[in-house]
Design a protein around this ligand. Structure first.
Ligand code: ADP
Ligand code: MG
Length: 312
C-alpha cells in the first residue's frame, strides 16, 4: 500500500505473541507454521524471531550475515528501520530474523529508558504493516518477552498437555496481567494451542479438562485472559514437524500431506476466519453508525478497537 494512501494507518494488524516461559513446548514450530499457513491463505504475515537461539530464522532457512540487520539492531539502535531488517521468505511471508547477539540485548538495555517499548516503537515505523504479525518469544519472561507483550494486542500460549503445565500457565498469566496493567492495557490472552498432542492419553484428557474449567471460571473477571480458550483441534504429535526445521522448510514445503501440515493449515484457517468476522462486525457497526472511530494506531501496527479477540 503506497504511503500516501489515506487508509495507510488504518491497515488492521492481528498482532500475536507466542509465549510460554517453558522451552520445548512448540512455540517456534507454531510461530513458523502458523505464519506460513496464514501466508498460504493469501494474507500478508510477518514473523519476528525474538529468541536469541534463532530457531525460527533457522527453521525458515534464513541465516543473516554480520552486515544484515536483525531484531537486535531494532532493539538497540533507535535509528535502525524495521523495514530494512525484513527478509522475504515466500509470497506473503516475511521474517525479521534473530542472531545469538540478541542475548546481549537484555543487559545492554538494562538501564535504558522505555526499554520494554523498543520493539513496539520500531514496528510503528513499518511502511506497510502486515495483516498478521507473529512474534516467536524466548523461553523466559525477561525483557525480550516484555518487548513482545508491549508490541502486540494478543497472546497465544502454545503448550503440551503435560503434568505441571497448569502451574506454568498460572505464572505466565500473572506476568501478562502485570504487563497489561503497566505497558499495554489492551493486551488480551486469546487462546492456548495444544502442541505435540496425544489426545487418547488419560493425562492429556485430564489436563485439557482442567484448562477448560479454569478458563471458564475466568469469564466474569476483568483479567486479560477472561475470553481465553483452548483451541480445537490440537496440533497432533507428528515426527515430520520435528524433522522439517533441519531442512530450513515449513511443514507445507517439507511434507504437505502429513498430519502436522493438516493441523497447522486448520489452525491458520481458524485465525484468518476469526479475524475476518471481527473486521466484518466492525464494518457493520460503523455502517450502522454505532461505532466510535478507530483510534489512532499504536504505531504502524494497529488493530481495530474491538472487544475481546479470539472469543468465540
Ligand atoms: P519451543 O519454541 O517452545 O522451544 P519448539 O517449537 O522448538 O519449542 O519445539 C520443541 C521440539 O519439539 C522441536 O524439536 C520441535 O521440532 C518438536 N515439535 C514441536 N511440535 C511438534 C509436534 N506437534 N510433533 C512432534 N514434534 C514437535
Ligand atoms: Mg523456540
Amino acid at each position: 500500500m503506497p504511503l500516501n494512501d489515506p487508509n495507510h494507518w488504518r491497515t488492521p494488524t492481528r498482532s500475536i505473541a507466542l509465549i510460554n516461559q517453558k522451552g520445548g513446548v512448540g512455540k517456534t514450530t507454531t510461530a513458523v507454521n502458523l505464519a506460513a499457513g496464514v501466508a498460504r491463505l493469501g494474507r500478508r504475515a510477518l514473523l519476528i524471531d525474538l529468541d536469541p537461539q534463532a530457531h525460527a530464522s533457522l527453521h525458515l532457512g534464513a541465516e543473516p550475515g554480520p552486515a544484515d540487520l536483525t531484531v537486535y539492531d531494532l532493539l538497540i539502535d533507535t535509528d535502525a528501520r524495521a523495514d530494512d531488517a525484513i527478509i522475504e521468505i515466500e509470497p506473503n511471508l516475511q521474517l525479521i530474523p534473530s542472531l545469538v547477539d540478541l542475548a546481549a540485548a537484555e543487559t545492554e538495555l538494562a538501564s535504558e529508558p522505555n526499554r520494554q517499548d523498543r520493539l513496539r516503537r520500531s514496528l510503528a515505523g513499518l511502511q506497510a504493516p502486515p495483516e498478521f504479525l507473529f512474534i516467536d518469544c524466548p523461553p523466559s519472561l525477561g525483557l525480550l518477552t516484555l518487548n513482545a507483550l508491549a508490541a502486540v494486542r494478543e497472546v497465544v500460549i502454545p503448550m503440551q498437555a503435560h503434568f505441571l503445565a497448569l502451574q506454568g500457565v498460572g505464572k505466565l498469566l500473572e506476568t501478562v496481567g502485570l504487563v497489561g496493567r503497566g505497558v499495554n492495557p489492551q493486551l488480551v490472552v486469546s487462546s492456548v494451542v495444544l502442541t505435540s498432542h496425544e489426545e487418547q492419553t488419560t493425562l492429556a484428557k485430564e489436563i485439557v479438562a482442567d484448562l477448560d474449567a479454569f478458563f471458564a471460571s475466568q469469564r466474569q473477571t476483568d483479567n486479560p485472559w477472561r475470553s481465553a480458550r483452548v483451541r480445537r483441534p490440537a496440533i497432533r504429535r507428528n515426527i515430520k514437524l520435528a524433522e522439517c526445521p533441519s531442512f530450513g522448510k515449513t511443514i507445507f514445503d517439507y511434507a504437505p500431506k502429513c498430519a502436522g501440515a493438516e493441523d497447522y493449515a486448520s489452525l491458520a484457517q481458524s485465525f484468518v476466519r476469526e479475524w475476518d468476522s471481527l473486521l466484518e462486525r466492525i464494518r457493520e457497526r460503523r455502517a450502522s453508525g454505532n461505532d466510535a472511530e478507530t483510534p489512532g494506531p499504536r504505531g504502524g501496527v494497529t488493530v481495530p478497537d474491538e472487544d475481546r479477540l479470539g472469543a468465540s
